[in-house]
Design a binder for this molecule. Structure first.
Ligand code: IVH
Length: 670
């Protein structure tokens, strides 16, 4: 490869600066200047140049956020100074008592307080050296946390590096630490749970658990899919809070390019603190993320050591906690809802109760196991909680109803009368009728949803009517709709009908992986659909693939391959695909040209490789026709071990599997 000319080096640097600027506008300031397409164009251009000139790649390049290698565990790291927790105040009196004590201990009145939203996430410490992100560490027990740098790098609002000019402008030394909260916005949380539901995975209870889970997964590629966000609230230099005033520190962090919550206030007295608390209590529901209260901090940092601690929490700050969003009500009935896969979900019908600004009259009970765990029966008084999830849930029985009645799962589907079965070892009951109208409705909603075929306007109201009137009997029928048919529906005018038709038309241009995803094959989520499309290059090849061939696709195991075979084993589904093809949907994609050098060979990667990330190595192997598996077994041909290889190496030795290094891998690739 020719050494990069000066001009290319300049181009690469200029592109990186542009991308960093736009990332900051978009992810930190929520105020983008260019379209997504323009942003993608810049990013692709940079990727192209870096691919042509690998010697120009630097670890802080915007292209390097994702693509770290899965790890086998996390390293424990001691914090530069303990990450403290906060004492709570649950009402105005407790808050007033805290503020009075602060004034007494400080020996004066007229103090200023910084009010911030208390984001419900997980606190995190970021260390920067030479202006570049060196380490991200979880709070852990406050003294020692876990190093999760590769995962944190995928969070777009975390700057990977700060230029010398930025450091200067923000008056920052080259070494500093930023502490703040990592969160999952509610939208991202809902999308993630929808996705998990489609893949038959268990859902996360709330955005905080989901964020904490995403920060602590071993594979950074998974964190990257989770759309986490990071809000900074402390600046430390040499393990100590940096400035004179906390408010100024926040402004300094913002000037350095960190995301600092703009919803903050410098309160001049107690009443202004209360005002801020009341204001956000009322507007809490409109925030894009969950908060559980307000943090109040004494602005003057010099007072902090004087104020001292109560146990583990500092006296200079307090968390005012909003009342949990729960309420008490009566279960009037328990009814069953049928989902796309035929799953029957018991739902509690409640006497309407206001919780956190909305009226709740339904709560999910998930399945029979959950009903038994709660011991809930019709007529009971229950506590209902609303988390970030749209669907409220029953958390416990408060008191048993006088004339309570047990709920039993029906043996016939309430929608179609089909047989209901509970598969051995599963907690779910399912309707087995393939033509159950509820399944039809749900499968159309899935197909049309955002992230799948993205047919805007095709929501509950429209789909219900289309299904009820028999206008749509399967997803291919969507493409047989015309204006005359649509105009027979309620609340459908000329203009909305045209909009729907335009949306349907536009969906035909979506790539093959969306079509595969849209079919609603069990266990085939967004990512699996992508891998399948890439591997087979056409729906025809996918339909004809034998189980062993399917399992050559990364991440496809026996469970998924069996589900795919089962799906295409049904004549009905084959017909459906044909109809979609006729309608003009994309049935071909770009097949990745794979070599044959490593065909039939299975590799396992372990430890840290020197010249490639694990992801790169995996791609190289797969492009040469090899397969990469996550665990060592008798079927493994080679284990490629880097430094600090752990249990997989031991397993390979135990089973007598060949162990090679990165060099030998490269030689095999030629
Ligand atoms: S200050 C001593 N500020 O709340 C300082 N914490 O209950 C402690 N949190 O562990 C942190 N938003 O995870 C601070 N604006 C904010 C916060 C915040 C959320 C979380 C943080 C902390 C917990 C304390």
């Amino acid at each position: 490869m020719a050494a990069a000319s000066k001009a290319v080096t300049r181009d690469v640097e200029r592109l990186r600066d542009q991308i960093r600027y736009h990332e900051h506008r978009y992810y930190v300031l929520d105020d983008p200047e260019v379209s997504d397409a323009e942003f993608d164009r810049l990013m692709n251009e940079l990727k192209r140049l870096e691919a042509a000139h690998p010697e120009l790649v630097t670890p802080d390049s915007p292209t390097r956020r994702v693509g770290g290698k899965p790890r086998e565990g996390f390293t424990k790291v001691r914090h530069s100074s303990p990450m403290l927790s906060l004492d709570n105040a649950y009402n105005e009196d407790e808050l007033r008592a805290w503020e009075k004590r602060v004034r007494e201990l400080a020996g004066r009145d007229g103090l200023e307080y910084v009010c911030e939203l208390k984001l419900d996430g997980m606190s995190l410490a970021l260390t920067y050296e030479n202006g570049a992100l060196l380490r991200g560490v979880t709070r852990g027990d406050g003294s020692i946390g876990e190093e999760v740098t590769a995962n944190v790098r995928t969070v777009r609002s975390v700057p990977l590096s700060l230029s010398a000019a930025t450091l200067k402008k923000a008056r920052l030394p080259e070494k500093f630490e930023v502490r703040g909260e990592i969160i999952m916005p509610i939208k991202a949380f809902e999308r993630m749970n929808e996705d998990r539901e489609r893949q038959n995975l268990s859902k996360f209870a709330n955005p905080r658990n989901a964020a904490a889970g995403a920060v602590r997964v071993l594979d950074p590629n998974i964190t990257a899919l989770r759309r986490l966000d990071f809000y900074a609230y402390f600046l430390l230099v040499n393990g100590r809070v940096a400035g004179q005033e906390h408010w100024e520190d926040l402004e300094q962090l913002a000037a350095a390019g960190f995301k600092v919550n703009p919803r903050r206030r410098l309160a001049k007295n107690f009443d202004e603190i209360l005002e801020f608390i009341r204001e956000w209590e009322a507007k809490r529901e409109s925030l894009p993320y969950e908060i559980d209260g307000i943090v109040v901090k004494v602005n003057r940092v010099a007072l902090w050591p004087e104020l001292g601690f109560t146990g583990k929490a500092p006296r200079w700050a307090i968390a005012y906690k909003y009342a949990a969003r729960s309420g008490m009500t009566t279960v009037e009935d328990i009814r069953v809802q049928v989902g796309r896969t035929g799953k029957l979900t018991p739902v509690a019908w409640l006497a309407p109760v206001p919780i956190g600004g909305t009226t709740v009259s339904r709560a999910t009970l998930h399945n029979m196991d959950e009903i038994e765990r709660l011991g809930v029966e019709i007529g009971d008084r229950v506590v209902v909680e609303r988390g970030g999830d749209v669907i409220p849930k029953v958390v416990r029985v408060e008191s048993k109803g006088r004339s309570r009645r047990r709920f039993e799962m029906p043996s016939r589907c309430p929608e179609c009368g089909g047989h209901v079965v509970r598969v051995e070892g599963e907690s779910d009951h399912r309707c087995v009728n393939a033509n159950c109208p509820a399944k039809l409705r749900e499968s159309i909603l899935h197909f049309a949803s955002r992230g799948v075929m993205n047919i805007e306007g095709m929501g509950d109201a429209l789909v219900n009517q289309l299904a009820e009137r028999g206008l749509v009997k399967n997803v291919a029928d969507i493409y047989r709709l015309d204006k005359a048919k649509l105009l027979t529906l309620e609340r459908m005018g000329e203009k909305s009908a045209q909009n729907v038709l335009d949306e349907i038309e536009a969906s035909k241009k979506l790539p093959l992986d969306r079509v595969i995803y849209g079919l609603g094959i069990r266990f085939v989520g967004e990512r699996t659909a992508e891998l399948l499309a890439e591997h087979f290059g056409s729906i025809k090849a996918l339909m004809e693939a034998k189980q062993e061939e399917l399992e050559e696709v990364p991440e496809v195991g026996p469970r998924v391959s069996a589900a795919i075979r089962e799906f295409f084993g049904e004549a009905r589904n084959v017909k459906l695909v044909e109809a979609l093809q006729e309608a003009g949907l994309r049935m071909r994609g770009e097949k990745k040209q794979r070599g044959t050098k490593l065909a039939g060979k299975t590799f396992v990667l372990t430890g840290t490789l020197e010249r490639h990330t694990r992801d790169e190595a995996r791609k190289l192997i797969e492009d040469a026709g090899g397969k990469v598996s996550g665990s060592v077994s008798k079927k493994t041909d080679y284990v490629i071990a880097g430094s600090e290889a752990g249990s997989k190496l031991d397993k390979a030795r135990e089973l007598g599997v060949a162990v090679i290094g990165e060099k030998e891998m490269e030689e095999m690739l030629g």
